[in-house]
Write a protein that binds this ligand. Structure first.
Ligand code: GAP
Length: 470
């Protein structure tokens, strides 16, 4: 059952309260890019920290790598991305707008409404290109070579024809590189380095998080489909005959993760991706779908990549990257299970799940983000009951400073009346509000108000940190 919250409300809250802003907004924006504000940075960082803890540090079979975004373009030829990482693109013959063919009704143009206006779809490669090094600026001699070679391709059937245009331009222009469209390849290309330097026992996993870039034809739905986004990926290397067992274990481990970060189990759906829709590297994929405000859509994926990537690296590099079992001395190329997460989609799911509008007992209403406490950007807001009473202000500020040292994510707020401060704290998901009032001056206690129940408790300042940490 989809949560009844509109995407507009989430986008509006995200902007109003400094979570997420449209990229380059002051210059009219840049489609498919988003910037994180102060609270968004904290939410994202806490999510990544938690992911790393759960998927890496709490297990004994996981290691991390952090590879470059820019990689030798042979990486993408070997992985099949220059050839097959495409979406079908159609152009309206009337208004010349371009669309992703599998996302629109092709009988009528969504822009100008003209009927039967689309020609054949062509494959549009989603990788961003850039040029590397001081020789990269449109070198004339390279341009001439390129033309000669194009001529060759047009007039002769030669071996060159087996390259597509992306392969071809990187041959002609050695400065051409791609912004990585998945972090996964930075793991595969380091596989040999890891087994040579660390020599882990199989099964083992390598995890990496970082930016990925895709020149999406139609970026849309807030951060759901962006051109620049962050991935959290694991390549889990197993004995070929054991892939099924490990795949099944990962399904459960991922389901537990979503429960842990506060997503309703009923809103998560497992989709066995039909054979015809599998990515070029996968023999089996389960998509974890979530009931987003835009409908049921992919949140993350779990793929069985076989030995596709490692074998391609062997073919393209001529290096031996077999794994040798320490006990049996047997050598083989491992198979790979890949749990792959997108930070933006997880954040969108978390905000959807947490966003709640409530009518209070006194008939006033509030918006509250019921975030898992571990994800709340601000853990505690400290306030004096009255802003213009010096003893209250002094004591509140002293308490704020000492809590900040211990708990870090603490905010001081003395704007407006206490009710307004609670509403502001609720809206950004702050679990606790601590207020210094007149009784505090007498007995060193404070009121602690709980975000979810709105109930208040009197707690001694001496025991406050322990109470908040519980
Ligand atoms: N290495 C495997 C891989 O990249 P994918 O299904 O193409 O698989 C994995 O991407 C995850 O990355 C997706 O499940 C999604 O969470 C996220 N993702 C992919 N494209 C995205 C985009 N344009 N914007 C935001 N997140 C995206």
């Amino acid at each position: 059952m989809p949560k009844e919250v509109s995407l507009e409300k989430i986008v509006s809250l995200a902007k109003r309260r400094g979570f997420i802003f449209p990229g380059s907004e002051i210059y009219g924006g840049l489609s498919g890019t988003w910037d994180y504000g102060p609270l968004g940075v904290l939410l994202k960082q806490k999510l990544i920290d938690w992911w790393r803890d759960y998927f890496v540090h709490q297990r004994s079979d996981m290691l991390m790598v952090d590879s470059s975004i820019l990689m030798n373009s042979r990486v993408w030829r070997a992985s099949g991305h220059t050839e097959t990482f495409t979406d079908p693109l159609v152009e309206c013959q009337n208004c010349h707008n371009r669309f992703r063919a599998d996302k629109i009704d092709l009988s009528i143009c969504p822009n100008c409404s003209k009927k039967n206006t689309f020609g054949e779809a062509r494959n549009f490669n989603l990788m961003f290109q850039t040029l590397i090094g001081p020789n990269s600026i449109q070198d004339q001699s390279l341009e001439i070579d390129k033309n000669k070679l194009l001529d060759l391709i047009n007039h002769q059937s030669s071996d060159l024809l087996k390259f597509n245009l992306n392969d071809f331009s990187s041959l002609v222009n050695p400065s051409l590189v791609y912004l990585r469209p998945e972090t996964a390849q930075g793991i595969f290309t380091n596989f040999k380095n890891i087994i040579d330097s660390i020599y882990p026992d199989i099964p083992f996993g390598l995890a990496q998080y970082g930016k990925a870039f895709r020149n999406e034809i139609s970026p849309r739905d807030f951060i759901f489909r962006s051109r620049e986004f962050e991935q959290l990926e694991i390549e889990y290397f197993v004995r070929p005959q054991e892939w099924q067992k490990h795949f099944d274990q990962w399904v459960v481990f991922i389901q537990d993760w979503y429960q842990l970060i506060g997503l309703n189990q009923k809103s998560i759906h497992l989709l066995e991706v039909p054979k015809g829709d599998l990515a070029h590297y996968s023999k089996r994929t389960i998509d974890f779908e979530y009931d987003f405000p835009i409908g049921k859509e992919e949140l993350s994926g779990l793929a069985y990549r076989t030995d596709f990537d490692l074998k391609n690296i062997v073919n393209f590099s001529n290096k031996n990257i077999e794994y040798r079992d320490k006990k049996t001395n047997e050598s083989f190329i491992p198979h790979v299970i890949e749990p792959s997460f997108g930070v933006e989609r997880m954040i969108m799911a978390i905000l959807t799940e947490a966003y709640t509008e409530e009518v209070m007992e006194d008939q006033s209403s509030r918006v509250v983000l019921r975030l898992a406490k571990q994800l709340a950007p601000i853990k505690v807001v400290v306030s004096p009951l009255l802003k213009n009473n010096q003893p209250l202000v002094d004591k509140a500020f002293l308490l704020f400073k000492s809590l900040k040292k211990e708990l870090k994510f603490v905010l001081y707020d003395d704007n407006g009346n206490i009710g307004k401060r609670y509403r502001r704290a609720d809206e950004i998901g702050t679990p606790y509000c601590v207020t210094i009032d007149f009784q505090s001056l007498e007995d060193d206690t404070v009121t602690v108000r709980d975000r979810d129940t709105t109930s208040q408790e009197r707690v001694s300042i001496n025991q406050l940190i322990e109470y908040l940490n519980q």
